[in-house]
Design a protein around this ligand. Structure first.
Ligand SMILES: [Zn+2]
Length: 345
């Protein structure tokens, strides 16, 4: 049988609509003011109400969407608790407001909670000179470096203050929601300790942003961990997902459409990164390169400064992976910009 992705729902819920994607699990979409223009939110039947998975960003439009969901398709049932998959603003942004407004407990990983709190305690910390220098020594332009260094402030514009307490979810936990039991999984690479939920009895996997149907999740090196290997951690997580979750599971991801064909998709994404690594290696044969030189090798379309910041950090993830594996080695620097070369040059 041909292994193809199957979409149980060719249509997605429109603004303010909910679709029952599986018995007792509702799917809705919250609009985002980005190129990726929505985040998927799931509601899981729980003790006569709905447990919420993820929130959208903290802005008036998103609050309005939630109010109209609760006075419209969700009317008559209460929200029971809030599960947040990871610390990115489109997933955690409105957590503080939802918990406060509807009296919900927040359930998430420790890293998600503390990571979000950490940015709010010191949003300007990313502007520190060593962080900025890190980007410049890898060839990033001043303009993009300025954009990256102010992202702590941008983050907080999209995230409402978190509740002062949370309930920790840890990989290996079993979370009971309504009559269902969900295994708690976590994975790194896209965001540290991102939470995923798997109901083996009903073969349903809430994948958060770890596995998406059509796009590959962003995997980035950040200045706070310059030698980090998020791509290695991400690929390890894809393997762990294949070991833990049935290939036939209905996958409910954080963006785009639900799908089946999880193992195939994990392998496609892994192969995509292997191809990218091979391209990078080719570009570094007999030719020292910087991370900035690698960006157009991996991303051929024209990038605005915002896209450039993501592309740069994603290129960096491939470079760090290959340095760690010994496929790339540091070369003598050209001026202030660090360079590396293929080890087999
Ligand atoms: Zn994300």
């Amino acid at each position: 049988m041909a292994a193809v992705l199957q979409y149980p729902h060719p249509v997605s819920p429109g603004p303010g609509e909910v679709l029952e994607i599986a018995p007792g699990i509702l799917w809705t979409r919250i609009p985002l003011p980005f190129r990726l223009d929505h985040v998927n939110v799931y509601l899981i039947e729980d003790d006569g109400g709905w447990a919420v998975v993820d929130t959208g960003i903290a802005d008036d439009r998103t609050r309005e969407v939630w109010r109209s969901l609760l006075s419209g398709p969700l009317a008559g049932k209460r929200l029971t608790r809030l599960i947040v998959t990871h610390f990115h603003p489109d997933h955690i942004g409105l957590a503080g407001w939802l918990c406060e407004e509807y009296g919900l407990a927040l359930l998430t990983s420790q890293t998600t909670y503390l990571g979000c709190i950490n940015i709010s305690l010191s949003p300007g910390a990313l502007e520190a000179k060593p962080y900025r220098d890190f980007y410049l020594t890898h060839g990033m332009s001043d303009e993009t470096a300025s954009l990256v260094s102010t992202q702590g402030h941008n983050y907080l514009r999209m995230v409402s203050p978190l509740p002062l307490t949370f309930t920790r979810l840890v990989a290996g936990d079993v979370l009971s929601l309504g009559g269902r039991k969900f295994d708690v999984l976590s994975g790194d690479g896209h965001a540290p300790e991102q939470i995923m939920l798997y109901c083996a009895d009903d073969n349903i996997f809430l994948a958060a942003d770890q596995v998406l149907a059509k796009i590959t999740p962003n995997v980035s090196v950040w200045a706070i961990e310059p030698e980090g290997d998020p791509l290695g951690l991400y690929l390890r997580s894809l393997k762990a997902i294949e070991r833990s979750v049935s290939p036939g599971a209905l996958v409910l991801p954080g963006h785009q459409l639900p799908f089946r064909g999880l193992h195939l998709r994990c392998r496609e994404i892994a192969a995509h990164h292997e191809e990218r690594c091979a391209l990078v290696l080719d570009a570094c044969r007999n030719q020292p390169r910087s991370v900035a030189d690698i960006v157009p090798v991996m991303f051929t379309r024209k990038l605005d400064p915002h896209q450039m910041s993501f592309a740069f950090s994603e290129a960096h993830a491939h470079v760090n992976r290959m340095l760690k594996q010994g496929e790339l080695v540091w070369a003598e620097s050209k001026g202030d910009v660090r360079q590396f070369i293929a080890a087999d040059s």
